[in-house]
Write a protein that binds this ligand. Sequence first.
Ligand code: SAH
Length: 203
Amino acid sequence: MRKKMVEEQIVARGVTDERVLSAMNKVERHNFVPELLWGDAYKDYPLPIGNGQTISQPYMAAIMTEELALESADRVLEIGTGSGYQTAILAEIVKEVYSVERVESLANDTMIKLKEMGYNNIFVKKGDGSKGWKEYSPFDKILVTAGTNHIPEFLFEQLKEGGKIVIPVGDEYTQELTVVTKVNGEMQEKKLFECVFVPLIED
Ligand code: SAH
């Protein structure tokens, strides 16, 4: 089912980065959703994971990962750990992933689950990710998996020169998937397409 998901939902829509495709083939999405929803784990949509939160649609996880243009030596910051599915995909490709989640139970449960799965290059903390994670900055790439109406300035500050942020920017109903690149300390923005994410809640 996972192979079929990758072919029909991800390759068919134009994702070509082999490292992304191989991570999507490897990471078992069913292990990131409640057991009741296992039958839907490889379908073409987001799913609820409790606490009013969702696990992203497989294609969305793939395209966001591809747009980060990851290198194997990268250190990546992720905002919105949620189920940890996207975190695991990043961790298959890069050296280290730092992930911040504001819901304490999700942060704790997901950290334990990812450790049990054998990921030793993932670090999760509970907190407001719009502030970034200063101790481990600067980061090569930053991925935000919750929607916001602006690009948080702390995140841009904690991004290396030449680095990229992939982030859904818009209002609470719909956002545009946006790629921000830091060029000579300035923001260069590229808009991709419309998307819908749960809101980034700043504390
Ligand atoms: N990448 C996740 C998607 C999670 S949905 C997955 O694949 O499962 C977005 C997540 O962002 C939710 O878990 C939500 O609690 C979290 N979130 C919202 N605002 C946040 C903030 N300011 N800092 C950190 N996490 C936040």
